[in-house]
Design a protein around this ligand. Structure first.
Ligand SMILES: [Co+2]
Length: 461
């Protein structure tokens, strides 16, 4: 998920001090769990009981396993502890929780990369790297690696089974989200449950000139994927607030190959240059040089690939997708440094258009300004909606689909009131000019003391 450079602050030395997702009012500290134990307001929550059906929905291997267990139990009729049929492979669609696939609690590590890459250190094995940071607690790496493995398994399923011409974007989004929730073992339908694990932000599915921040909305006409489309898939997985933010681009026509290659190489360049004490502006310069060395011929017209200049990579804090730092993909005088123990989403966007994004009509999602208090709210519907937000999302960015799967309805007036009072911020789709094509690749990296870990790296990208 990209961080949009605020208007008027583009590439200023301290541009990183302001971010779209950064709380504006640093006074009141809202609890993440807020009114977690409070009953959901029935004026806002509809009375249908569909929630429970969703919650207990199990498919394929999980059902198969429990049926097998029952049979075995019946046959033996003994009190002896029944032999557990532990699935060792993921199902299609993915429904086996990772805790079942990895009973040891040890999840695969991301790609280890030494900070200094030259001939002498190229042979450094990952054991030689000091794989930790004094700034992380014991669960930090476990949670991060688990979230990353969920991301890999779900996205590779999406690449194999969901993303094809003729598919609806709603089906792709829901397929990804159902997978993430099943693998983390948290459906997020009870107050507070989504704080344990689940989606890190709404699934972004952006077509062509739409670069970022588009997700299907309930009630809107569904969009069908076309073979001429360029689709960016950007989703986040969190475990205990440790968010993995990673994105890729899919195109079915090879005329887009150079665009995708340019952006993939650009992102890998950003990853290569990321290090403790690396300066943001210099990382951006290295990225831009690679990105803009490409051109792409689409339908007989040759166009340069431009690095988009008003959206950036970003640091990630616990439960907060955008910290204060920005990692640009263009050269700038931003002298901010990366530091040990930090987590960064290294992402780049390339475009055949202007390389500059504007807000489009429509809505991507909402984010709670955790520093703003709702104490002075007077509108009842706003108060109860805020209760729902605080007990289900906290500072995690969410969208209308996520509200409606909780049974929330008639929330538009209350939401407008929360936005008007600065308690919730809304996010619009970000687009380049009509007729242009944009691509994105993104990985989350951890800055260990002795090397970096590309936590979301997979065989796919
Ligand atoms: Co991001």
């Amino acid at each position: 998920m990209g961080s949009k450079t605020p208007e008027g602050h583009r590439q200023e030395p301290d541009a990183s001090n302001s971010s779209d997702f950064k709380p504006a009012n640093p006074q009141v500290k809202a609890s993440r769990n807020g009114s977690g134990s409070a009953d959901l307001d029935r004026g806002i929550i509809s009375d249908d009981d569909d929630d429970d059906d969703d919650n207990s929905k199990e498919e394929n291997g999980v059902n198969g396993a429990s049926t097998a267990e029952k049979k075995q139990k019946k046959r033996k009729r003994s009190k002896k502890k029944k032999k557990k049929t532990t699935p060792t492979v993921q199902t299609t669609p993915p429904r086996v929780p990772l805790s079942t696939l990895f009973p040891s609690g040890q999840y695969p590590r991301g790609e280890p990369v030494p900070y200094v890459e030259d001939e002498n250190t190229a042979r450094t094995t990952d054991e030689e790297l000091r794989y930790n940071s004094r700034l992380w607690d014991d669960d930090f790496l476990i949670d991060y690696r688990k979230a990353a493995e969920v991301h890999r398994q779900v996205r590779q399923y999406a690449q194999r089974e969901l993303i094809k011409p003729g598919a609806s974007l709603t089906a792709i989004a829901e397929g990804i989200e159902d997978g993430v929730r099943a693998l983390t073992g948290h459906q997020g339908l009870e107050p507070g449950d989504a704080f344990h694990a689940g989606m890190g932000f709404p699934t972004g599915l952006c077509l062509n000139n739409v670069a970022a921040h588009w997700t299907p909305n309930p009630g809107a006409k569904d969009v069908i994927l076309d073979k001429n489309d360029v689709l960016k898939v950007d989703f986040g997985v969190h475990v205990n607030g440790r968010i993995v933010d990673s994105a890729f681009t899919v195109a079915f026509e090879d005329k887009y190959d150079n665009l995708l290659t340019a952006v993939k190489e650009a992102t890998n360049t950003g990853i290569k240059h990321a290090a403790i004490d690396a300066r943001m502006g210099e990382i951006g310069a290295a990225i831009q040089e690679v990105m803009e060395s490409y051109e792409v011929e689409i339908d007989g017209k040759t166009r340069p690939v431009k690095a988009i200049r008003n959206i950036t990579g970003h640091d990630i804090l616990r439960y907060q997708i955008h910290g204060g730092k920005q990692v640009p993909f263009i050269k700038s005088n931003n002298r901010d440094k990366m530091e040990e123990g930090e987590v960064f989403a290294i992402e780049t966007f390339g475009s055949t258009g202007k390389g500059y994004l504007e807000d489009d009509v429509g809505l991507y999602g909402y984010g709670r300004n955790t520093d703003a208090s709702g104490a002075n709210l007077r509108l009842a519907s706003a108060k109860s909606l805020l209760k729902t937000i605080d007990s289900n999302f906290g500072s995690i960015v969410f969208c209308r689909r996520y509200l409606e799967r909780l049974g929330v309805s008639h929330y538009h007036l209350g939401m407008k009131n929360l936005i008007d009072n600065g308690i919730v911020e809304s996010y619009a789709p970000l687009v380049d000019v009509k007729g242009s094509y944009t691509a994105q690749f993104e990985h989350t990296i951890l800055l260990h003391s002795g090397g970096k870990e590309v936590i979301s790296r997979g065989d796919d990208y």
